[in-house]
Design a protein. Structure first.
Length: 255
């Protein structure tokens, strides 16, 4: 259920219902454990974690990380070792994504104040944050899209792939997918994830054809196009990754 936004003032300072819903949203995110898994689970096996994931499904983000860096994937998603720097970037991304969603529902809200209030106490580059706020408010992305923060879960072989599409727009003869980025990276780094979002749009929402995949970089205000592989190629790539995961964590551990 969505709560309408009205500013509230209390002795502790500014707070809004968007801030409250954001806290609820962030509190539901998977938390990183601060204790080594081996100290808690004497019979811990990586294969047990992977078997559960193969049953319950993977997020697009974790599959993309497995493709990019298997050691980092194991550290973050199997051993659950926290990374302070990653946590900061995740915080910034979550704040912008959630506040943009709130803003599209209630354009009268103070977007800048919401962002700055949510990031109080965090060691962030305030100049960059201010620039991202300005870029967003002056862009066409400040207008309400066809769909925003659209969740999906699709079955691929014997497992599931889950994710959330930031922004979907309709164009002549098809649909466009946009992903908000608070960082700056090579377009190729996001190609896999964006193509899985396209597959999610096609299969979960029955919205096709997909006419374009784009990154919106909040720091620069630029839009970058991502190469679309096609539905069949995305399916093939996912199956290939699942096979690699099984081999890396199940077969290798049995040896």
């Amino acid at each position: 259920m969505y709560l309408s936004l009205h500013s509230l003032t209390n002795p502790m300072g500014y707070i809004s219902l968007c801030s409250l819903t954001r806290r609820i949203f962030i509190s539901r995110l998977p938390r990183l454990s601060n204790s080594p898994p081996f100290g808690i689970k004497p019979f811990f096996k990586k294969s047990h974690v992977i078997e559960k994931k193969l049953k319950d499904g993977f997020t697009v983000t974790e599959l993309a990380l497995f493709e990019k860096d298997r050691k980092e994937y194991e550290k973050r998603y199997i051993l659950k070792i926290p990374d302070v720097q990653d946590k900061k970037f995740l915080k910034i991304g979550n704040v912008f994504h959630h506040t943009i969603e709130c803003f599209h529902k209630s354009p009268q809200m103070d977007f800048r104040r919401e962002i700055l209030t949510a990031l109080e106490g965090w060691d962030v580059d305030k100049e960059k944050i201010e620039q991202m706020i300005k870029n967003f408010l002056l862009s066409a992305f400040s207008k309400k899209p066809l769909l925003a923060e659209a969740p999906f879960s699709i079955r691929v072989e014997s497992t599931f792939v889950k994710g959330t599409i930031d922004r979907i727009e309709e164009t002549r003869g098809g649909f466009l997918i946009y992903d908000y980025k608070t960082g700056i990276g090579d377009v190729e780094n996001y190609e896999f994830a964006m193509n899985v979002y396209a597959l999610g749009l096609i299969r979960a929402y029955r919205m096709k054809p997909v006419r374009g995949l784009y990154l919106y970089q909040l720091q620069t205000g630029k839009v970058k196009e991502v190469n679309f592989w096609g539905e069949g190629e995305v399916q093939r790539k996912l199956v290939e990754i699942f096979d690699k995961i099984r081999k890396h964590f199940l077969v290798e551990e049995e040896k």
